[in-house]
Design a protein around this ligand. Structure first.
Ligand code: ADP
Length: 581
């Protein structure tokens, strides 16, 4: 797994993930609810609009017929008129009323006998199917100059009451421009299905073709014809439209035509009424917005944190010149400022420490050199003076032997001093091994006792199987120096050495106690100081070397109060815990 994905850090990806989860789930829910609400309310609004527009279309058609029926009734109620048309059928519309009829767009005037024989027609038209008995309004198919049209007519029996002598048919001829106009006004597709027998037909939708209304279900037809109620369908006209079928009912209750007003199923309204599409659109939009917000937020918060992280890593890698850019004035900005101040302080402290270390090193070197020079000056002085005395020819021979002895002794002292000093200054690097802590101790003892006067050794080793990690050669050397001091201090008389070991709190303790004169309290603080000695031939480096060697092996060397009267030196080492494979 790469640590960076799309250039984002791990923390940034986490922030992005959390925000995305927080956003995605509510977005899906909100998307679904919104899709439900929008689609339902939009569908309702569409239906309402279609119903209103269809009603306007219906009223428009009805207005033609109402006008015709009204005019017919006015004429039929005039007894003079009735008497006149018997003589002059062509005066079906008397001259004084003609202007009104023109105003009402009544251009078709026909007079029929009761057995539906045409007595007079204002326009020569052929009516293929006549109205039914008792019908007062009708939408009829007519052929004029070989062109098929519809006529919205009102049928008035004359006289109006009793047995009719004539039928006055007044109406308006409707061409395809009628439905086109309706469509233009309402913004909906309008179709007019006229009735012929038991069936309904549309003349105008496909020019030159008569389309039957066949795709309506029986239930829908029953609702329209029997109950005379509108029928709304989402899949009208073979699924091409959502629209309303409205029955055009004449005053006697007969359905004379069915008018369809519909909206084609395509475009934006299809998306707005489609729940799944809406849900996908809203959710996707929400998720994209949420994702972008998350990205922005993660950058805003995580970027400064990343700068800080880099700064801390640089400090950890001892790069004290690390500096974090301050990108904002908020808490993160304060953190960056505090970090920079801390880095600056660490820089100063490091510089100070380096300077102090250099100074301390020079001071220590100076002190060491002075001490060494001091230690060497005495024997060299003695050697010098002795050599000058030996040069005198009158010097007594027995005194000469004494001087030679002194020169040899002092030379040996200088030699020992130089040897110890070398040992102190460049002991080798320890090569660690897991060992029994008593091993270097006993080896050093064996070496020290070889050729030494009789010494009683009491051993009490209680460290069991505990092991330490150390360089046995170096530790043997350290113990060697301790034993040399002890043997010198006991000077051979009833000499007893007590060797002990124990384990406590994860530490191995090893001690050597002699029964010499012991350590006076005033020299205790100076025991491990270089060149501190109380012996005439001492170099004062034995314990310093031992101390340095034990420290290099991860341990500690101390002088502790003895059980008896002598001196007691203790070494401590951490127990080595071996990992079992
Ligand atoms: P050196 O042995 O050359 O004097 P060390 O550093 O070994 O140098 O010892 C320093 C001093 O500590 C000795 O001079 C001596 O006074 C004292 N000392 C060390 N070990 C013992 C001991 N076992 N008993 C008494 N004094 C001791």
């Amino acid at each position: 797994m790469p640590s960076k994905l799309f250039g984002l850090g791990r923390l940034q990806r986490k922030v992005l993930l959390v925000i995305s989860v927080i956003v995605i789930v509510p977005m899906l829910v909100a998307g679904w609810l919104a899709a439900e609400w929008v689609s339902i309310s939009f569908e309702k609004r569409l239906e309402q609009w279609i119903v209103d527009a269809a009603r306007a279309n219906q009223n428009w058609l009805q207005a033609y017929q109402n006008d015709a029926t009204m005019l017919g009734r006015v004429l039929a109620d005039d007894p003079g008129y009735v008497a006149n048309i018997e003589r002059n059928p062509e005066e079906a519309i008397p001259p004084p009323v003609r202007r009104i009829s023109q105003e009402l767009s009544i251009n078709l005037i026909q007079l029929y006998t009761p057995d539906k024989k045409l007595l007079y027609s204002s326009i020569p038209v052929e009516v293929s199917a006549l109205w039914a008995r008792g019908q007062t309004e009708a939408v009829l198919k007519v052929v004029r100059k070989q062109k098929t049209m519809l006529a919205a007519v009102g049928i008035t029996p004359i006289p109006r009451h009793g047995k009719p002598n004539y039928y006055l048919v007044l109406g308006s001829l409707l061409g395809q421009d009628f439905t086109d106009e309706m469509a233009q006004l309402s913004g909906l597709k309008a179709r007019l299905y006229y009735r012929e027998g038991k069936n309904y037909y549309d003349l105008f939708s496909a020019p030159g073709e008569v389309i039957a209304l066949k795709h309506l279900s029986a239930a829908a037809l029953e609702r329209l014809e029997k109950h005379k109620k509108s029928y709304y369908s989402l899949d009208a006209e073979n699924g091409q439209y959502r629209g309303l079928y409205m029955p055009i009912v004449d005053p006697t209750g007969r359905v004379e035509a069915i008018m369809f007003s519909g909206l084609e199923r395509r475009g934006v309204q299809e998306v707005l009424t489609n729940r799944v599409a809406l849900f996908l659109f809203i959710s996707l939009l929400g998720i994209v917005i949420g994702g972008l917000t998350g990205l922005l937020l993660s950058r805003l918060v995580v970027q400064p944190l990343q700068y800080l992280r880099n700064g801390v890593m640089q400090l950890a890698g001892q790069n004290f010149s690390a500096n974090v850019p301050i990108t904002s004035n908020d808490e993160l900005g304060d953190l960056a400022k505090a970090f920079n101040a801390m880095a600056a302080r660490l820089r100063e402290a490091r510089d100070e420490q380096t300077q102090r270390f250099q100074k301390d090193k020079l001071t220590a070197m100076g002190e060491m050199s002075a001490a060494l020079a001091h230690e060497i000056r005495n024997p060299i002085g003695i050697i010098n003076t002795s050599a000058a005395l030996l040069d005198k020819p009158d010097y007594a021979p027995e005194k000469r032997t004494e001087l030679t002895r002194m020169i040899r002794e002092e030379s040996l002292r200088v030699s020992n001093l130089v040897q110890d000093f070398l040992q102190l200054s460049r002991h080798r690097q320890p090569s660690f091994a897991v060992i029994d802590p008593a091993q270097p101790l006993t080896r050093a003892l064996d070496l020290a006792l070889a050729g030494a006067p009789l010494v009683t050794v009491v051993r009490q080793f209680d460290h069991g199987d505990a092991k330490i990690k150390a360089d046995p050669g170096l530790l043997q050397q350290a113990w060697g120096n301790v034993f040399t001091n002890a043997l010198q201090a006991m000077n051979g008389k009833d000499a007893t050495l007590k060797l002990r070991s124990s384990v406590e709190n994860g530490q191995v303790t090893l001690s050597v106690e002699d029964n010499g004169p012991g350590l006076p309290a005033d020299i205790m603080p100076r025991l491990f100081e270089p060149f501190f000695t109380t012996k005439e031939q001492g170099t004062g480096l034995g314990l310093t070397i031992a101390f340095t060697l034990v420290e290099a092996n991860g341990g500690r060397l101390e002088a502790q109060p003895p059980e008896g009267k002598g001196a007691r030196f203790v070494m401590r080492f951490p127990v080595c815990v071996e990992t079992k494979s």
